[in-house]
Design a protein around this ligand. Structure first.
Ligand SMILES: CC(C)(COP(=O)(O)OP(=O)(O)OC[C@H]1O[C@@H](n2cnc3c(N)ncnc32)[C@H](O)[C@@H]1OP(=O)(O)O)[C@@H](O)C(=O)NCCC(=O)NCCS
Length: 144
């Protein structure tokens, strides 16, 4: 698959607006993502194949560090390396921006995401109890 990575724009978000929750993920909705794209401290990227958006991911910068706010692959394209490509590009972008670390919270049940983060050198720093309603989160960090 020929995949291009580029900066995510509001028109990209509008492009996936109607199938965002059904075909990507229901963790965040259109309005929250729109706020993110309008926030100067946020940086979002998309993965595109044959003009179809097949994944997106973003960070929010706080001084010299950033949190990974979102990383999602369109359901039908999962387990084909797109999440890895997005994460690799978020790391490259963060290094280019001279950030010192990348952090995130991930549901303890989200074994795929945990696997992905560990593959790219993220380490577990601790847990947040009941972070997602009744489910715990692992806090993970990677020094850049
Ligand atoms: C997490 C997510 C982005 C991964 O995207 P993806 O395109 O499938 O990622 P990749 O194909 O690059 O990698 C998936 C890896 O997980 C592994 N994997 C798949 N299912 C797994 C499981 N149940 N347990 C552990 N590892 C698993 C795959 O083998 C692959 O590992 P590899 O690269 O070492 O071969 C995708 O599952 C997703 O969009 N999930 C919903 C949103 C989400 O939960 N985001 C994370 C929020 S913190």
């Amino acid at each position: 698959m020929n995949i291009e990575i580029s900066k995510m724009t509001l028109s990209d978000l509008d492009n996936i607006k109607n199938n965002l929750t059904s075909e990507f993920d229901d963790f965040w909705n259109y309005n929250i993502l729109k706020e993110e794209l309008n926030n100067n401290n946020s940086n979002y990227i998309i993965a595109k194949s044959n003009n179809e958006i097949i994944g997106f991911a973003g960070i929010k910068i706080v001084i010299s560090e950033a949190d990974i706010m979102n990383i999602v692959t369109k359901k039908i394209y999962r387990n084909q390396g797109i999440g890895s490509l997005l994460l690799e590009n978020l790391i490259l972008l963060s290094k280019k921006l001279n950030l010192t670390s990348l952090s995130l919270e991930v549901n303890t049940n989200n074994l795929t995401a945990i696997h992905l983060y560990k593959k790219f050198g993220f380490e577990s720093l601790g847990f947040r109890k009941n972070y997602y309603q009744n489910q715990d989160a692992i806090i993970m960090t990677k020094l850049l």
